[in-house]
Write a protein of this length. Structure first.
Length: 195
């Protein structure tokens, strides 16, 4: 287990599992998951509502492939090495795009969000969980202060991103939002603001 995974384990048990359970079953139709990692969201998909599920990551991990083996209905699931800043899909083909704890380490956030918007159908929905710069002032200072060291220890992960701002700048409208873990985490769903 690396430094980041060790740190996140407590949050996974205390709150992330609950948020995954609440949000991931919203995914329906043709679904794209970005940065699937080891497949933490896999068991929460309602596969009856899903036509195809593209599980992607910049590098598909063996642990994801292993976790997939135990799943029923896997004929509708495909894995693919994909970087969010350059999605190898045509415009407007996905009903749902899912990403959880991914944009903290994407180098060009705006480019990634624009790609998500491009491949999402006009009536499609994005489902997300991210960690962001907390609202509490002392914590905000602390997160900004430790970010350079954290980024090195945690594989390029940033503690001080304002994901909602970046998302809204690229013309997404937040439909549902929950802040948790003393506002370190956000989870929610969003749609295109203009179609
Ligand atoms: C912290 S892990 C989260 C994994 C999983 N989504 C979860 O909720 O546990 C971040 C994942 O995002 C992937 N990732 C980071 N940057 C990416 C990018 N530019 N494009 C696609 N995947 C990326 C990493 O490879 C990693 O698997």
């Amino acid at each position: 287990m690396n430094f980041y995974d060790g740190f996140m384990k407590g949050f996974e048990e205390s709150s992330l599992k609950r948020e995954r359970k609440k949000l991931i079953p919203r995914a329906h139709g043709n679904v794209l998951e970005i940065g699937a990692g080891t497949g933490a969201n896999l068991k929460y998909y309602d596969l009856k509502k899903i036509k195809t599920l593209e599980l992607t990551d910049q590098v598909i991990k063996n642990s994801l492939l292993q976790n997939l083996k135990n799943l029923e209905d896997k004929e509708k699931i495909r894995t693919r090495n994909v970087n969010v800043i350059s999605l190898p899909y045509p415009d407007k083909i996905f009903d749902t795009v899912v990403f959880t704890l991914v944009f903290c380490s994407v180098v060009d956030v705006s480019m990634g969000i624009r790609e998500v918007k491009r491949v999402l159908k006009d009536d499609g929905e994005v489902v997300f969980i991210e960690h962001v710069l907390p609202e509490n002032i002392p914590l905000k200072y602390m997160f900004n202060f430790i970010n350079p060291a954290w980024k090195i220890m945690a594989n390029g992960c940033n503690l001080n991103r304002n994901f909602i701002h970046s998302f809204e700048e690229e013309e997404f409208k937040i439909k549902c939002l929950n802040k948790f873990g003393i506002t370190v985490f956000i989870s929610g769903c969003a749609v295109k603001a203009k179609v």
